[in-house]
Write a protein that binds this ligand. Structure first.
Ligand code: 5GP
Length: 117
C-alpha cells in the first residue's frame, strides 16, 4: 500500500531530514526550504489536518496553540515587532502542501499597504 503520510508527517516522524526548531506534543517548527524572507518558519500541527477549513470545532485549542507558538517562535527568531503570519488555504490561494501550516515571515521590510506581498 502506498505511503499516505503527508510530507510534513514524514518530517515529523524523522523519515525526512529537517532542523526542528521547536517541538511539543501538538506541533513542531521548521525552516522553510525555500525561504521568502530572512526568517521564514513553518508552524505545523502533528495532526495532519489538510487545510484550515478542514479543522473542526474540536481543533479549536490546537489552532490557538499554533498561533501562540507562532508568536513565540517569531520572538525567539528576533523578528521584533514586525512579522507576518500566513496560511494558504487551498490550491487557489497557493497551498502546495496539504497539511495545515502557518508561515512565519520576518526580519524583512513589509509593504504595509498590502497583505499580498
Ligand atoms: P504552502 O504553499 O502549502 O502554503 O507552503 C508549503 C511550504 O512548504 C512552501 O513554502 C515550501 O517552500 C515548503 N516546503 C516544501 N517542501 C519542503 C521540505 O521538504 N522541507 C521544508 N522545510 N519546507 C518545504
Amino acid at each position: 500500500m502506498a505511503d499516505e503520510k503527508t510530507l510534513f508527517s514524514r518530517i515529523a516522524d524523522g523519515d525526512l531530514p529537517a532542523e526542528i526548531l521547536h517541538r511539543d506534543e501538538h506541533c513542531f517548527v521548521i525552516k522553510d526550504i525555500s525561504p521568502q524572507a530572512p526568517t521564514h518558519l513553518l508552524v505545523i500541527p502533528i495532526k495532519p489536518i489538510p487545510r484550515l477549513v478542514d479543522a473542526t470545532l474540536a481543533d479549536r485549542a490546537l489552532l490557538g496553540h499554533l498561533l501562540w507558538v507562532a508568536g513565540d517562535i517569531a520572538k525567539r527568531a528576533g523578528c521584533g515587532e514586525a512579522f507576518r503570519l500566513v496560511i494558504n488555504n487551498g490550491a487557489g490561494a497557493g497551498q502546495t502542501v496539504f497539511h495545515l501550516h502557518l508561515h512565519v515571515l520576518g526580519n524583512t521590510q513589509f509593504n504595509e499597504a498590502s497583505l499580498l506581498g
